[in-house]
Design a protein around this ligand. Structure first.
Ligand code: PHE
Ligand code: ZN
Length: 878
């Protein structure tokens, strides 16, 4: 285990001393002793005359030769972590390295490992060095030729990046081989091999320029018919990238392999994407509408990396958002075009607020482009991904669609085949538009969620509307003072009958189209020629990842909820109204008072529910109250999760009773006998109906529960079945136990579905849940070796069960801390992620805070922590 703690700093970057033009690999697959032979064509990069230091990680060197001759012992030094040659030739030379590795013993799921019986690799960020010594950094680009050899029975399928160029038998044995060549130079993190006995689904795609691409999805035998939606998503993604960004696929074949043991969602290895099977396999009986949407989104995301990440890659890992933020933006846009743009936006903002805002507000806050890290694995975060995408979205808002596209075109043209930086990326947009992006660039370096305080007033006599805006970026670890940001505030001045009011001129800030460019700490914008008193609709479409603080009276919010032409802000108005009441209710509960809820708000929800002019998926979003964690985040300190839950349940009950008849009528009317289809409109109808079911059950009365039991029995698809079961579990209904048993009987043996069963039990807000979760650790379907099982059972307990994880007795914290300690030696990456669920511990009320701190102190005191976990724990308690 590595214990070095020297941080890596962006400011220390220097180009590699050597380059590797070609890599010729030979993998002799065998469960415990795989031979890796690597022939490197190396040349000095300029005249540095420095030693050649190739990175390794727990490696065992077998032999090393230089230009065909064994390298004498005194010329090199090999440790598990490095192979160092003090005086390599200062001309091009060939180095052949043989190592031996143990894929079956690899529980970290980095490098070459086995998932079930399939050999597969994960090299991002620093996994390649777990197979052979290499210049394992993204600015070293090489052309790879890979031979894989294995037992024919054990691994009839042998895959690597690029195009297949040869295959055959190894004479006199039961072994065979395949040879792959990838003509596109790439960094080692995009390398992959797969070997196994797998089923396959094939298809093909014709590119705009007429090239035929073979498409293959590999999966466990027997799961082939669950790959159809993934294949369809892939073809739609390929077409979309041609239309939206002018990007064609570039190899003769594109392959996806679904494996069941994977630390993350999926990986964009060139021509050979490897996926967590959860994001490939989907059919109506086993996957929810949400799962279908995730499959589509992740397939698109990995495919889009072919240009944003692979053809153009990152110079160093500090530039991670260069590929990730941009590619998230691209997959979000794809799903918006394929589904409903407003609904997708609301869902994405919900995710951002739930995952990124707490990160930005806590001890793990970091800029979209970090400047220092101890362990890069810990920077695959919501900030890099989701906030990184928001930064691209703002860039587009600031430049406009046309210049944005021109900047992207220039980026592809100028940097194809290179490893570049955020500076290179932004220069393309500055060059095509002439816009100075210097201030905008602060979004990459300043952590923290900006707050915008807005105030407006209307002068009827002068027909003038004055809007004052102030921005503030809170301090974050290592950044105590901040500079003002360039914040695009999309806006409308909504007139009395719901139309956006025109104005003659806006003075006090640059306004382009419907965007105010907030660039100073305080700015006052005066709109002249405004014919009536407007209600301001600000930050439309969530035009910046900021918190808007504007004390609009409830009547104005209700007005926006009913009339704003911007759907996002209609939703936002509902969310704001709900949040205000939920926070007030929490306070009331803590002071032993009785929370009060606003009938006008509840009635407006009823109106939204029944408004047939609105798409069902939007109505479902508007009717879903902020979650307990959302409320905790908004309260921000002295958080009492039990009070939050009580206040929220109170509002649910108020809605259920006041709207009882209307909700039931609508729920009834939405029942349909149409056969299941995963398309967005059908999914939206199911979402609305299931949201109504959840609201109906909110009064805790038996009628709603009976309805859920009935829905559970009658469901002919996983979406409805899960929604009903969730209602039973989340209301702690007695009937859940029988339903959970029935669900288990039906799906035993189907690991991905049993994950749902684990997660529902782990998120049940009853006091017996912790005991149940502990018992389930011994369930035959649970395995500490599989990250999906861990995330379903332990991850969802820690992240999605506010009252039970935060039990006042601290037992929830102790359980998760103990589990992290148990997991850490086996899979540090997943352990560290789990530990990050403590990130908001300082915001808790004193009693829980002390319990959480005690648990964290036990973790930090444990011997031999991995670098991943040590990094997270150190920052969490700093
Ligand atoms: N690069 C992967 C993506 O598409 C994520 C990933 C990171 C996967 C590290 C595995 C390991 O976002
Ligand atoms: Zn990605």
């Amino acid at each position: 285990m590595k214990t070095d703690t020297a941080p890596v700093r962006l400011s220390d970057y220097r180009p590699p001393d050597y380059l590797i033009d070609t890599v010729t690999l030979d993998f002799r697959l065998s469960p415990n002793a795989t031979r890796v032979t690597s022939l490197l064509a190396i040349r000095p990069n300029g005249d540095t005359r420095r030693p050649l230091v190739l990175a390794g990680d727990q490696l065992k060197l077998v032999s090393v030769t230089l230009d065909g001759a064994p390298l004498p012992k005194e010329r090199y030094r090999a440790t598990p972590d490095a192979l160092e040659i003090a005086d390599p030739p200062q001309r091009p030379f060939k180095l052949e390295i043989v190592t031996e590795i143990d894929p079956a013993g690899n529980s970290k799921l980095m490098g070459l490992y086995r998932s079930e019986r399939t050999y597969c690799t994960q090299c991002e960020a620093e996994g390649f060095r777990r197979m052979t010594y290499f210049l394992d950094r993204p600015d070293v680009l090489s052309v790879y030729t890979t031979r894989i050899e294995a037992d024919r029975t054990e691994a009839p399928v042998l895959l690597s990046n690029g195009n297949p160029i040869d295959a055959g038998s190894v004479d006199g044995t039961n072994r065979h081989y395949a040879l792959w060549h990838d003509p596109f130079p790439k960094p080692a993190y995009l390398f992959a091999v797969v070997g196994g006995d797998l089923g396959v689904v094939t298809d093909h795609f014709k590119t705009t320029s007429g090239r035929n691409v073979e498409l293959r999805i590999y999966c466990e035998h027997g799961k082939e018919d669950r790959c159809a939606y993934a294949m369809d998503s892939l073809k739609r993604s390929m077409r979309w990238d041609e239309v939206a960004f002018g990007r064609e696929y570039d190899l003769d074949i594109f392959m996806i392999v679904a494996v069941s043991d994977f630390n993350m969602g999926a990986m964009e290895n060139k021509g050979l994407n490897i996926f967590n099977d959860k994001y490939v396999l989907a059919d109506p009986d086993t996957a929810t509408d949400g799962d279908f949407a995730h499959v589509e989104g992740v397939i698109a995301h990995e495919y889009f990396h072919n240009w944003t990440g692979n053809r153009i890659t990152c110079r160093d890992w500090f530039q991670l958002c260069l590929k990730e933020g941009l590619t998230v933006f691209r997959d979000q846009e794809f799903s918006s075009d394929e589904r409903s743009r407003p609904v997708k936006r609301i869902a994405d903002v919900r995710t951002l607020q739930a995952r990124q805002f707490p990160e930005d507000a806590g001890p793990l806050a970091h800029p979209v482009r970090p400047e220092v890290y101890h362990e890069i694995n810990n920077f695959y975060t919501a900030t890099v991904y989701e906030k990184g995408s928001e930064v691209i979205r703002m860039l587009k808002s600031i430049l406009g669609a046309k210049d944005f596209r021109a900047g992207m075109d220039l980026y592809f043209e100028r940097h194809d085949g290179q490893a570049v930086t955020i500076e290179d990326f932004l220069a393309c947009f500055a060059d095509v538009s002439g816009v100075d992006l210097a201030q905008f660039k602060l979004w990459y370096s300043q952590a923290g969620t900006p707050e915008i305080v807005a105030n407006g007033s209307y002068d009827a006599k002068a027909r003038r509307y004055t809007l004052s805006l102030a921005q503030n970026v809170p301090a974050t670890p290592g950044q105590s003072t901040k500079k003002p940001m360039h914040i695009p505030v999309r806006f409308g001045l909504v007139g009395p009958n719901g139309e956006d009011l025109a104005y003659d001129a806006a003075v006090g800030a640059a306004v382009t189209g419907d965007v105010i460019h907030l660039m100073e700490p305080n700015q006052t914008v005066v709109f002249s020629g405004v014919s009536a008193p407007p209600v301001p609709s600000l930050l439309r479409g969530f035009s910046a990842p900021a918190k808007l603080m504007m004390e609009l009276p409830p009547s104005d919010l209700l007005f926006l909820l009913r009339t704003d032409t911007d759907s996002f802000n209609r939703w936002r108005a509902a969310e704001t109204l709900a949040m205000r009441q939920l926070i007030a209710a929490t306070t009331a509960v803590r002071m032993n008072g009785a929370p009060k809820y606003d009938d006008a708000f509840v009635d407006a929800l009823g109106e939204i529910a029944e408004n047939d002019a609105l798409e069902p998926a939007f109505r479902a979003q508007a009717l879903q109250l902020p979650g307990e964690a959302d409320i905790a985040r908004e309260i921000g300190n002295d958080v009492d999760p039990d009070a939050i839950a009580a206040g929220r349940n109170g509002l649910r009950a108020a809605i259920a009773s006041r709207l009882a008849a209307r909700l039931r009528r609508l729920h009834q009317a939405l029942g349909s006998s149409m056969p299941f289809s995963p398309d967005a409109a059908s999914a939206g109808r199911r979402a609305l109906r299931n949201t109504l079911l959840d609201l109906i059950a909110g009064d805790g009365a038996t009628e709603g529960i009976a309805l859920a039991v009935e829905r559970f029995r009658a469901a002919d698809n996983m979406t409805d079945r899960m929604a009903a079961l969730a209602v039973l579990c989340h209301n702690g209904a007695e009937a859940r136990l029988e339903a959970l048993d029935a669900f288990h009987r039906r799906y035993a043996g189907d690991a991905l579905v049993i994950d749902k069963w684990f997660a529902l039990q782990a998120t049940t807000p009853t006091p017996d849940t912790l005991t149940r979760v502990k018992t389930l650790l011994d369930h035959p379907a649970f395995s500490i070796g599989n990250p999906n099982r861990i995330r379903s059972l332990v991850g969802s307990f820690a992240a999605a069960n506010q009252t039970q994880f935060n039990r006042p007795d601290g037992a929830g914290y102790d359980f998760v801390a103990d589990f992290v300690l148990d997991l850490d030696p086996k899979n540090p990456q997943t352990a560290a992620r789990l530990l990050a669920s403590f990130r908001s511990w300082r915001a808790l009320e004193a009693g829980r805070r002390q319990k959480a701190e005690a648990a964290l102190n036990r973790v930090v005191a444990a011997p031999n922590l991995s670098r991943d976990t040590r990094d997270i724990i150190t920052r969490t308690i700093a």
